[in-house]
Write a protein that binds this ligand. Structure first.
Ligand SMILES: O=C(O)[C@@H](O)[C@@H](O)[C@H](O)[C@H](O)CO
Ligand SMILES: [Mg+2]
Length: 403
């Protein structure tokens, strides 16, 4: 089955998405997500100018060979742009292979390992009481796991605290907006938030929290320790992970489980974290980590060390990535949890999909392929609009900090 045609579709139904569509001489098509938040057009150009010309005429069934060809063949290995482009091709090829087999993608990976995929939703509030109300709302909606982020007194804008709670969108401006940060204020506030949530919610639900790379390792150790009484499912991105060894220091100080990896694009970003058992959950997902083919390698390495998966699932990952990730999640033996930030109705209309939500679980559905399509005519009505993630500065002197 030969690849006869390929094109990149850029659209902005509420936010930007990049989608790769492959066509074959047997009439089967497949799509893959290629969205890299705030740098969308770099991947679109990489695919159009450099990858698509190499794909035409290749056998769509040779997923592994094409992966190796694009990875080794570029000479310049890894990096978010390259790995997102490879992921798009890989996802589209798995979609085609599953459609050719007449099977949902999870069957090709090894079949179901569980009945459904446990997800966590985002409860955001401007202060503690508002966040508690949001957490209770998610619990009422059937969620078994809830991430809680709250505004911090004395800080004007804090990551994760959005206006529209169900459809929070971090890429909020044409050029980066500026947030302010104070580690001292945050560290004083956050244990109070979780104390109050547990008081009102009890201990039946999983609670998660995202630190968004803002602490030093020793500060992260301190936060993890202070959150221990509240039994978090995980503390995410406690410190930047370019230096994988940094997590050793956090580990020495707390038993709060650690998650990291939404910005990882290769197994090399997490090899030491996994082999040294410095984390409990790896957050890499299909679109930014080289597709199903590479994510499977990361998960297999992780499983040797009892590290579980916790795929990134924010709104800037398109429904195409979500669909593919859910097939992966249903199969992967060392599954932990899947993030689920709902897309807007406009986005869902552009990307009709087979996956469904019920009582805190997502189900990928049983249609052949990964179960997500793109309505190209509708997509064309939403042209690209530049939108950037914010930057963060220390409140007391304006030093650029981690966002
Ligand atoms: O855990 C998460 O979902 C976040 O960290 C994301 O919202 C992240 O900020 C965006 O995906 C960045 O593109
Ligand atoms: Mg995160």
């Amino acid at each position: 089955m030969k690849i006869t045609n390929a094109r990149v579709i850029v659209c902005s139904p509420g936010r930007n998405f990049v989608t790769l569509k492959l066509e074959t001489d047997e009439g089967l098509t497949g799509i893959g997500d290629a969205t890299l938040n705030g740098r969308e057009l770099s991947v679109a150009a990489y695919l159009t100018e450099h990858v698509i010309p190499c794909l035409i005429g290749r056998d769509a069934h040779q997923i592994e060979d094409i992966w190796q060809y694009l990875y080794k063949g570029a000479y310049w290995r890894r990096g978010p742009v390259t790995m997102t482009a490879i992921a798009a091709v890989d996802t589209a090829l798995w979609d085609i292979k599953a459609k050719a087999a007449g099977l949902p993608l999870y069957q090709l990976l090894g079949g179901k390992s569980r009945t459904g995929v446990m997800v966590y939703g985002h409860a955001n509030g401007s202060d503690i009481e508002h966040t508690v109300d949001e957490v209770l709302r998610y619990a009422d909606a059937g969620y078994k796991a809830i991430r809680a982020q709250s505004g911090v007194p004395g800080l004007e804008k804090v990551y994760g605290v959005g206006k529209g709670t169900l459809f929070y969108e971090p890429a909020d401006a044409d050029l980066p907006s500026e947030h302010d940060w104070s580690t001292e204020k945050y560290l004083r506030h956050t244990p109070k938030l979780f104390e109050r949530i547990r008081e009102k919610l009890g201990f039946e639900h999983h609670l998660l929290h995202d630190v968004h790379h803002r602490l030093t390792p020793i500060e992260a150790g301190r936060l993890g320790k202070s959150l221990e009484p509240f039994n978090l499912f995980w503390m995410e991105d406690a410190t930047p992970a370019e230096n994988q060894d940094a997590f050793r220091l956090i580990r020495q100080h707390t038993t709060t489980p650690l998650a990291v990896g939404e910005i990882f694009n290769s197994i090399w970003d997490c090899k030491e974290l996994i082999e040294n058992q410095l984390i409990d959950y790896v957050r890499a997902t299909v679109v930014h980590a080289g597709g199903i083919t590479h994510l499977r390698r990361i998960a297999d390495l992780a499983s040797l060390y009892q590290v579980r998966t916790g795929c990134h699932g924010a709104t800037d990952l398109s429904p195409v990535c979500m669909g593919a990730a859910l097939h992966f999640d249903l199969w992967v033996p060392n599954f932990g949890i899947q993030e689920y930030m709902r897309h807007t109705e406009e986005t869902d209309a552009v990307f009709p999909h087979a996956y469904t939500f019920d009582q805190g679980m997502l189900y990928p559905g049983d249609v052949p392929g990964h179960g997500v399509e793109i309505d190209e005519a509708l997509a064309a009505k939403y042209p690209y609009k530049r939108a950037y993630l914010p930057v963060n500065r220390l409140q007391h002197d304006g030093t650029l900090w981690n966002w």
